[in-house]
Design a protein. Sequence first.
Length: 347
Amino acid sequence: MSFKVSVQPAGRDFIAEPGQTILDAALAAGMVLPYSCRNGTCSTCRGKVVSGSYEAGVAPERILDAADLAQGYTLFCQARPTSDLCIEAEEVRMRGDIVVRKMPVRVQALTPLATDVIELTLQLPSAEAFNFQPGQYLEFLFKDGSRRSYSMACAQVHDHRVQLHVRHMPGGAFTDRLFGGTDQPLKARDILRIEGPLGSFFLRDDDRPIVFLASGTGFAPIKAMVEGMLARDDRRPAVLYWGGRRPADLYQADLARAWQAQRPGFTFVPVVSDARPEDGWAGRTGWVHQAVMADLPDLSAHQVYACGAPPMVEAARRDFVHLCGLPPDAFYADAFTSEADRAEVRA
Ligand code: FES
């Protein structure tokens, strides 16, 4: 049986077919709600059910706190209606030229950025448009039905190419191939299949100052956003906090320093959580989101764009909203979820 889902405050509705999640039904109807992982591990699709019944699906209590659950919040990428529903969610306005497509791509280059990070350049088919908003991601589609998600690390397609930043996850089937850990290493000219662009992580039109927050390769979509701002001479004040365990994890810190030198109103704050004496690190230390709170205890007039490991993103969302006055709808996030994260949620 299908059900009608009404979305507030947009005042729009769509039909969810039997077994469809709220998010899938919205996307199928051409309405984009906030989303990232689509597998119940990141909380980007968190939204409120105002009335009606639904099956919550994969354990939302693992990533939503008790207060959220008590108020009717759930994960729209997991929840399936069992009656007509009224929900509260932001409707994401996509650029009109953005179409999600599946296509083959050719590996054009594998460039080491750090001992455990590779820049993967993909050659796209010249006959197919691949437009995206800086911050969005694509998925690799593998023959066994599995998928891997990576954000574009560039603001737009150039020469039919896009770049991704891939961190080695030892034991991970895909990244072991990139880092030569299998007898089937991925190499230039190999063909892969992708779907994209995906996700709702991109800059919203606004004039509030921006806090960019990244951990590890969460830098990739932030890089795309900043380069997009530079390209269109967007002068909004912006500060980037990029956190890593060791200084070498901030693998393009020189690029971020160059942005600071070249663009008035842009500041870069590198933060290291586990500096050792041999690192000679004289910069900020500790957890990256706590560095933001120390510098900007009042975030009530900011927008935050955060990307990185799910625990960092969730801690930032919670603390910025509850302790620093950030409006909940001014926090935009993309959380990198690994196969290990997904397995934990499925367990
Ligand atoms: Fe639903 Fe990530 S998109 S939890």
